[in-house]
Ligand binder design. Structure first.
Ligand code: AMP
Ligand code: ZN
Ligand code: FE
Ligand code: FE
Length: 284
């Protein structure tokens, strides 16, 4: 099985890269991508703990925003982490996530939630990308809510009055930088039902012109209708079709391998990177 989108505690997943790899092997996954939000900080630990039987696709899920303010997630896979422009773009996003968190906290304080930035940072592993899930965890710790899910459903969803966005590149900028770093760009959950607004289907041709390689079709947030529409778009634009769990440990219901990528599609995708960068235990 090939699972091309997962998170560790280097962003808002709840398990270390080592635990994630072990669980993936136990689930019968043979190819796993580690794609923490806006960072490559978990890569070294994952490579160091890789064992024979599993191959690793290193990547990141890059937060983007269109000019119309629609949030888009772009998976960058198999890129060269020595590329300064791509790394700088991610560092900018991570920094802005702090300012943005303070703004959300101010709004919550005004609504009588007693919560501080330190409370939120206490939920964050060292070196991890900060996100709303950590704020959700802090609200759970403080006893305001029962779970991340409840917090998102009630106060932290994208349409909530507490919502604040953060600086992010446009999808076209992100695609260009991923490609310039030799990687492949796959648009994550393009029609996720959890997002307040999603891009219109006519946008894909523009993204393909910018270098987009694939779209994540098989994802729990996509209905059967979404999947059919995305499959038609992929076939028309010659895009690679991927599927993934978007696993977050126990931070979300998503289970490893619940959606997967076909081997032939992964092969096409890998060939679109400028070098063979899939990591195996013997090669490290
Ligand atoms: P942020 O990147 O800070 O805007 O936060 C978005 C993250 O929150 C995404 O990576 C989602 O995985 C996570 N998220 C969204 N909805 C939920 C939910 N209902 N339960 C847990 N995590 C969620
Ligand atoms: Zn996440
Ligand atoms: Fe995402
Ligand atoms: Fe994700």
């Amino acid at each position: 099985m090939i699972d091309l989108h997962t998170h560790s505690n280097f962003s808002d997943g709840t398990e270390s890269p080592t635990t994630l790899l072990n669980k993936a092997m136990a689930h019968g996954i043979k190819t796993l991508a580690l794609t923490d939000h806006d960072t490559v900080a978990g890569w070294d630990e994952a490579v160091a703990h890789l064992r024979p039987g599993l191959q690793l696709v290193l990547g990141s899920e890059i937060s983007c925003q269109t000019h119309d303010g629609i949030s888009v997630h772009m998976l960058g896979l198999l890129f060269d982490r020595a590329n300064p422009e791509l790394m700088e773009m991610m560092a900018n996003t991570r920094e802005n996530r702090f300012t943005r968190m303070s703004k959300i906290i101010e709004k919550l304080n005004a609504a009588q939630y007693e919560i501080t930035l330190d409370d939120v940072l206490a939920e964050l592993s060292e070196g991890a990308t900060l996100g709303r899930p950590h704020l959700a965890d802090a609200l759970v710790t403080k006893g305001y809510m029962k779970s991340r899910d409840q917090v998102f459903a009630e106060i932290l969803h994208n349409d909530s009055p507490f919502y604040v966005s953060h600086y992010s590149p446009t999808p076209i900028e992100a695609i260009a930088k991923i490609k310039a770093a030799g990687g492949v760009a796959v648009m994550a959950h393009p029609m996720s039902s959890l997002r307040s607004r999603v891009v219109s289907p006519d946008i894909f041709a523009e993204y393909v012109a910018a270098g987009l390689d694939g779209i994540e079709v098989f994802h729990r947030d996509h209905s059967a209708t979404n999947r059919d529409l995305l499959l038609a778009i992929a076939s028309e634009l010659d895009l690679v079709v991927t599927g993934s769990s978007d696993y977050h440990g126990n931070g979300k219901l998503n289970q490893l391998g619940e959606n997967v990528t076909e081997p032939a599609e992964f092969e096409k995708l890998e060939l679109r990177a400028n070098e063979r960068r899939v990591v195996t235990a013997t090669k490290k």
